[in-house]
Design a binder for this molecule. Sequence first.
Ligand code: BGC
Length: 726
Amino acid sequence: MDEISPDNMQEWTDPRRNPDERARAATKAMSHAQKMAWMSGPMAIPVNGKEKPEGAIGSAGYFPAMPELGLPAQQQSDASLGIGNLGDVRPGDTATALPSSLMLGASFDPELARETGQMVGREGHAKGFNVVLGGGANLLRDPRGGRIFEYVSEDPLLTGHIAGNSIAGIQSEHVVSTIKHYAINPEETGRVMISSDIGESALRESDLLAFEMAIEIGKPGAVMPGYNLVNGTWASENAFLLTQVLRNEWGYRGWAMSDWGATHSTVKAIMSGLDVQSGANIDPEPFFGAPLEKAIEGGAVPSGRLDESITRQLRSLFAVGAIDYPAKPGGKIDYEAHRKIAQRAAEGGIVLLRNEQAILPLPATLRHILVVGAHADTGVLSGGGSSSVTPTGSLKLDGAEFAGVSLEKVYQPSSPVRAIKQIVPEATVIYDDGKDHDAVTARAREAEIVIVFAELWRSEGQDVQGLSLPDDQEALIVRLASANPKVIVVLETGGPVLMPWREKVPAILNAFYPGSGGGEAIAAILFGKVNPSGRQPYTTPLSEDDLPRPDQIDPKTVVSNPGQPVTQPVVHRDYTVEGADVGYRWFTRVGRKVAYPFGFGLSYTQFSYGSLSLASDHDSVFVDVTNTGAVSGAEVVQIYAFREGDSSFQPRLVGFSKIRLAPGETARVSAGLEPRLLAQVVGDNWVRHAGRYRLEARSDALTPITGLSVDLPHWTLPLRHSTPVD
Ligand code: BGC
């Protein structure tokens, strides 16, 4: 691109002007053909014998540059958990893998989310990407969901804050972030033909609220509607989602890009609010290409609508500085510093689920350690699909078929065994793959301690069938536990699994999919170099029968991937069952016991709470928290609220704050209260009914520590309330 000097400075190249003016001026300067080139684009990789588009780096999407106008190409990369490489489309290109988003959710740490977002933005920018497709904000409505590792939690407040901060971090590096998959897209099996059916108020109080908060905090430049339908209409042409809610109520000013191969029409889609057809080569028709030209010529689509789509894209690119600070491939990346950020994120998210007789942390005096399973000698498991990050040195095994492409099961190169050996160099650390149960049980008898890595691989395009650990791992854990009383289980399951064996072992760590520093983070927690402070971002049920929809769709009966003809009728999934009461709110409502509740997590220290007070403006609460144990640690103060005497109002998280305390230290912790979570949607308003509310600090969603009852006045907020993004 030509350098901008005062001589060739145009209205839109002048950084002193605001993004709206600049976007409008640049749109005006573009030719019709240039505009059309930004309305639809293929997957930017070599496909079906065709080369990638000229100028494309090779990634999910590409829209050409306009050098004469000083406007760069849009180079779009997947980046939910780090910069993706779609298999190995840019041969040898490495990247830092973040822990899965669920693990970031488990950290309950918005600052960490911002920092990891910045890391992704920095890597993206240095690789030449100015738009990343990262910002998963769907609520976890089904623990079997194939893609839940890309989402944050089952709770709207936690999801909104973590996703929003991660997006803000990405965009602070002059890269547009894309919040996805808008909205209520919790299942993968049959994803291109499922209609998520739910009442409007319940939807607004749950999944939409998570998106709304994430958009308020992060101001993402782009939104990606999901593959699914919502209440019978494709998300990508759903006027309720894309126009009424997103634009009219939330004042959103970025652009809506379809998911890859998820556009279904021309006039309906664009007039409902879709701006760009992405992955157009996967769609059966070039909807936003020649058919759109025709629709504009014929008057079915006003030409002003075309300008609007272009202005929205440009506005977002200007707003994050993607045009003033253009991304170029070949930038410097400090991978070691980034690996450390990933490690810190994993350390902040690992959840200690069980620790009988304080068996953890392990003493450095151990001399005979047996490590079993999940390729822990090589690396840590990650989730499959478009979000996959494959740092150099990853172990790649056969995974699954996805849209005709084979998906690899990737173990990222951060070996727990190596990290353990570094902490206890004098110990003998033996690794056993655990396949021969007799042999490994014999070894377990000899060991001082046994650390078993249990795994469950999840992937885009397919849900896991059932929540049990596969491949006889349950039997293996039980056998090892009968051979040695000191068996520690580390879960690399990317989400909830059934744990009928949990009381047979003294300690359990939930390590999700922990990313590029995962092995080191697990070892640091096992040996007490780091005190665990993660909290469950979801409920672990006792049985699948306890879920709102115990049944699963049979993958053989549906189409799950774009680009394959759907001949069957749409499958309707009934989310009115739990409605807005997702996750722990559902379990509370139906009074079912759970294995581990949302918000649960142990520490190597203890915390005591003073009494809870409400700030005079009713906007926040505060409480004194003391570390009463012997080691430093972080506590997640979780504030739940319910309306007294109203059985339809399930206790829900309304505020949280993470605090680090040295032994003996006390701090006054304040947590903001999200007013919309104390309210309901009634007509066109959020309404908090006057009445007596109970606010409680809880150690998890079910266990109160201290609380107060307070009379709150009637309060309303129009749905159409948001101030436009800046
Ligand atoms: C996924 C999106 C992703 C896109 C581009 C789709 O299959 O659903 O999340 O961004 O591919 O790779």
